[in-house]
Design a binder for this molecule. Structure first.
Ligand SMILES: *Cc1c(COP(=O)(O)O)cnc(C)c1O
Length: 353
């Protein structure tokens, strides 16, 4: 190692699912198979590109207001960022500065560990139980903060708000972050608890239910005090994280509630049908409340199946470690895409027997 390398901040980055450039059936990164709200396309076509000469509004005013209206909170309770990954990374930097370890599940969004390592935040993973559920008592101990997704990823399991509240109640001396990337496909959001617990931050995204992963929009909702701390960190770093086009498109998406609800309904419908089909093919599926299903098969090796799918142009997600070594995560695509998947799986079953 060269002398200067000793003081370089080294990181082991998060590895996202592949983004193949050729045409494949892409069920590997939980994107939405349907287009964003029609108003988004219209706004982009009519966009006044002369505005691009100017810096965007650093406060993201109209988007913050649209989200505040949508969730019935005050604009001072909303923070917007470049996808929820940006918002979450900012939250780690801002809120997790204790000597005590932050707590999150052992099987969860693998970015949490990456940020903890990058920012040198001590952390301690809490084991999910044998059914891959969060054990709330594990979060009832001294810590420097708590974060978990609800529904959890990659399991898709949703915990009822009562249970989420129990964890928040037991942790009022630290910041608790609930990552609700998939909440629109599930049940009640913890946003309804932000006025009751001023140490709570709820993070959501436009990437999944709103079909806008490529636009990079995420947001946090919490008490005005916590949101102010986040803004101070952001403005110490880069005032203009959100580009002008994303700000305009985000507002258009929020405006069209009917399209949003219909899109969610379609995905949930396809998910429940896909689960039945997978079970007919011998797969065990966790009960998912997200836009993906986490599956295992008693007779197939997950890695081999993952590779066979990929060779046939069907991309799913595989991690290949620990307790989830024999599991695959399959994003819910359109009905037609799922039919292609089942067609392949039926053939695979024939070839394997
Ligand atoms: C997809 C996802 C995110 C991040 O999504 P962005 O595209 O950065 O908004 C955050 N948390 C979980 C659990 C996710 O699955």
């Amino acid at each position: 190692m060269r002398a200067y390398e000793k003081n370089i901040r080294k990181a082991e980055p998060y590895v996202p699912g592949e983004q193949p450039q050729n045409k494949v059936i892409k069920l590997n990164t939980n994107e939405n198979p349907y287009p964003p709200a029609p108003g988004v396309e219209k706004a982009l076509k009519e966009m006044d590109t002369d505005r691009f000469r100017l810096y965007p509004d650093p406060t993201c005013g109209p988007l913050v207001e649209a989200l505040a209206d949508f969730y019935h909170v005050k604009p001072e309770q909303v923070f917007v960022g470049v996808g929820s990954d940006d918002v979450l990374a900012m939250c780690f930097l801002t809120f997790f500065n204790s000597e005590k370890p932050i707590l999150f599940p052992d099987i969860t969004y693998s970015f949490y560990k990456v940020w903890a390592e990058l920012y040198r935040i001590p952390y301690e993973c809490q084991k999910l139980d044998a059914d891959f559920r969060i054990v709330k008592e594990d979060y009832d101990k001294e810590n420097g903060g708590v974060i978990f997704p609800n529904p959890n990823a990659p399991t898709g399991i949703y915990e009822e708000l009562d249970m989420v509240e129990d964890i928040i109640r037991a942790n009022q001396d630290v910041v608790v972050i609930i990552d609700e990337a998939y909440i629109d496909f599930a049940g009640c959001s913890a946003i309804e608890l932000v006025d009751k617990y001023d140490n709570l931050i709820v993070v959501q995204t436009f990437s999944k239910a709103r079909s806008m992963a490529g636009m990079r929009i995420g947001y946090a909702i919490g008490s005005p005090a916590l949101i102010k701390y986040l803004q101070d960190a952001k403005y110490s770093f880069n005032s203009y994280t959100m580009n002008q086009a994303a700000l305009v498109c985000g507002v258009e998406s929020v405006k069209d509630q009917a399209y949003f609800e219909e899109g969610i309904r379609k995905i949930i419908h396809t998910r429940e049908w896909a689960k039945e089909e997978l079970e007919k093919l011998g797969f065990c599926c966790l009960d998912s409340d997200a836009n993906f299903i986490f599956v295992t098969h008693p007779r197939y090796d997950a890695k081999r199946l993952f590779e066979a799918l990929k060779e046939n142009g069907i991309y799913v997600r595989y991690w290949g470690s620990g307790r989830i070594k024999q599991y695959l995560r399959i994003t819910i695509g359109t009905r037609e895409e799922m039919e292609e998947l089942f067609k392949f799986l039926k053939k695979y079953k024939g070839d394997c027997l």
